[in-house]
Design a binder for this molecule. Sequence first.
Ligand code: UDP
Length: 427
Amino acid sequence: MAQSPPRPRVLIFPLPLQGPVNSMLKLSELLCLGGLHVTFLVTDHIDARLRRYSNVQSRFHSYPGFRLQAISDGLPENHPRGDKFLEVFESMKVHTKPLFKELLQSGGGGEGGDRISCVIADGGLEFPLDVAEEVGIPLFIVRTISAACLWVFFCLPQLIQSGELPFTGDDDLDVMVKSVPGMERYLRRRDLPSFCRSGNPPLHAHLKAKLAATGASLPDFSNSLWEEDRFCLVWLDDQPPKSVLYVSFGSLATVTRDQLMEFWHGLVNSGQRFLWVIRQDSVAGESQVPMELLQGSEERGFVVYWAPQEEVLAHPAVGGFLTHSGWNSTLESAYEGVPMICWPYFLDQQVNSRLVEEEWKLGFDMKDTCDRSVIEKTVRNLMEVRKDEFQRSAAQMASSAKTSLGDGGSSFSHLERLIQDIKDKSV
Ligand code: UDP
């Protein structure tokens, strides 16, 4: 009897950062459900963290075609990768590229005799495109940023040619962008990706690992690269519905000590309840906040190093999200119907925050301001004064998101098409 051909094996290769790893793991799970075999390729460093802190291994146990595979980024184990992620990318171009080529040429070594027939790589990694072309394997590029920001990236040459870029922080940042039709409707200079401002400090971030055992119960779902403090969910259980502002600036953004203090005073003075993620490496200098400012109402504020964010946003006690507007955080908040206050840090976040306020009416864009009285007022506006209006628009957005993901919805249909494309290209 003729044997059926092995299933197509897709190799998925994310950037070695929390946001892309999270979203591409979700894509992997969907492709497994769609009947494909998946090799999820990450650097040694990310592999070790996923095995330690997430439940990826147990969760993917039910997909025998799934394989988590590691590849070296060429850096010593003790390299402070998060502090210097541009160094990681440079090293990967030199050291990981040949290893990746060998992997594709060898077929990937699937146990069922299947070979890698297609690659899905993060567009932020450049070399997979060259290697896949050389080896003759079809490649799909995934961009883990919003379509609106990708459009801005594509238009950068046009903006430079027209003389609109670069501009400095001293220029009028509220001038609308004119040279690309459509942009003048809602994008100001200040809403363009952070690197469009000349004199912008080089990209940097701090991702030092800090661990503290909590002994809390294991999550149902976690793609986390850090240990999640699950006690905050227990704390949330005791708070009234939609009363808590969740505060997190993602996995890379850093704040100065002065900014931390402005946020702390603004939050405390707003009188609202808040749950704040302060990563141990997110503050230049000392990172302790003066808890005594809560003056006998300490139950109003809860601070953790790292939270199970998606579970937090889905919790009925959460009524708002003060966010750095990372694309994952924005989608997660929109999906759960949580209105936002945006304080973008860099790259696409400047664009995302503008969309949240101006296009989607899901909250406030607080970019380029870090002042305790503004923070206090904005938090009150979101959580009290205009609460009903924002809760309504956020609920509508969540409902659209769910429709698009449901059977026959636009995201659902696009995914089906992607799976079919992969199958067609794998014959
Ligand atoms: N995240 C988390 N716990 C936290 C803070 C963030 O699980 O305490 C997750 C969050 O759910 C999101 C990712 O980290 O999936 C951050 O990605 P995003 O694109 O929002 O920002 P980035 O970290 O890339 O700047």
